[in-house]
Design a binder for this molecule. Sequence first.
Ligand SMILES: *Cc1c(COP(=O)(O)O)cnc(C)c1O
Length: 455
Amino acid sequence: MTRSRSEELFAQAQALLPGGVSSPVRAFRAVGGTPVFVERGSGAFIRDVDGRSYIDYVLSWGPLALGHAHPRVVAAVCEAAERGLSFGAPTELENRLAERIRAAMPSIELVRFVTSGTEACMSALRLARAATGRTKVVKFAGGYHGHADAMLAQAGSGVATFGLPDSPGVTPGATADTIVVEYNDLPALKALFAERGDEIACVIVEPCAGNMGLVLPEDGFLHGIQSLCRAHGALFVLDEVMTGFRVAPGGAQGLWGLDPDITCLGKVIGGGLPVGAYGGKRRFLELVAPAGPVYQAGTLAGNPLAMAAGLATIEGLLAPGVFPAMVETAQAIVAALEAAADEAGVPLQAAACGTMFGFFFLSPEALARAGWDEAGRGPDGRGRPPGRRPVRDFATARRLVDTARYARFFHAMLEEGVYLPPSAFESCFVSAAHGPREVEATRRAARRAMARVAG
Ligand SMILES: *Cc1c(COP(=O)(O)O)cnc(C)c1O
């Protein structure tokens, strides 16, 4: 059998890059097979080096809200490039993007640009510790806040546990001040604050958890975190790197009326170029150097090309009618996946939140073991209100999700010309370029792929 061009390139890449990739999920380890090497992208589509086209629901993991190579974004980047790639000196573009962000998220009074979401979260934690003079930070299991040492801890179980490092090279010392609680477990957080509230600098949370698949916050969870933080003098840090300009134009804080002390941003605000940002209340951000003593810097921070791409993307997204149409597209795709699963008799938990969506294949055996019956009644014997889906945190995601079925579905969809994330625990995204035609093609693909993975 002749090798595909992707197979050839991946073989080369494995001799050059660890695992053949620049970031782990791209290697397809969770679904098997050879990663698709991309040749180009346009609108809702990517084309691989073997000439096959796919409807893309990864969109560079979220940033490409207007789709691939949107003419206005490309023009803005080219224009900026002609004037110089980087200066390490202030430019007007930073003011303009900062103004856009502030207008969309009123909790943000001052904003600092960095070059990745990882850096945004890492710096936000430093700031929270400096502002409170406390050491502990609380995160939720399955929440991803970039790969800074302190955040590479998940632990598990419903009770709060001290974080143990998830990766070799991260010392126990680096995560000793990280406390991990299950997502959606407000009682556990309350108990933790009651016991050691005066040591906690901040709670950092993904408003919808998007890095363990898509898990929505249950009623009262996010407001509960905010109230507990306020009551105990801890900072409420909302990680909107994924949800900002995704779940609503004003992010999750706009959608659900939250008032975080610090917000982390990334992905869409860079429109596909490397950008992150953290912002929030003036009294905290004024602690950041040179306004204050908390050191944080970046050679390429506020890079003009990245600022231009972010501005053009946000402007396109906020044009009349664009965002609502994207939300409808995401809902239509979830409906199509649910219908296809029902038809094939495959248990599926799917959800959309704004312009992102996600779905879990549930293992019938694991559901039964966990006390769910076939009518969808939970272990407590009650029905399944929308807020109480079987997967509600990292523990249930790991216990109930059929990752083998996802892998088969992923490859079946790939063959049908649809590119999904190569892992059962990632979120999917739509762009303004995904319209009724792409929805219809996805619906047909999903019906055929579901039939293939049933049984
Ligand atoms: C992607 C992501 C990050 C990390 O951003 P990078 O730019 O990949 O460093 C942090 N937090 C959340 C919620 C993310 O989705």
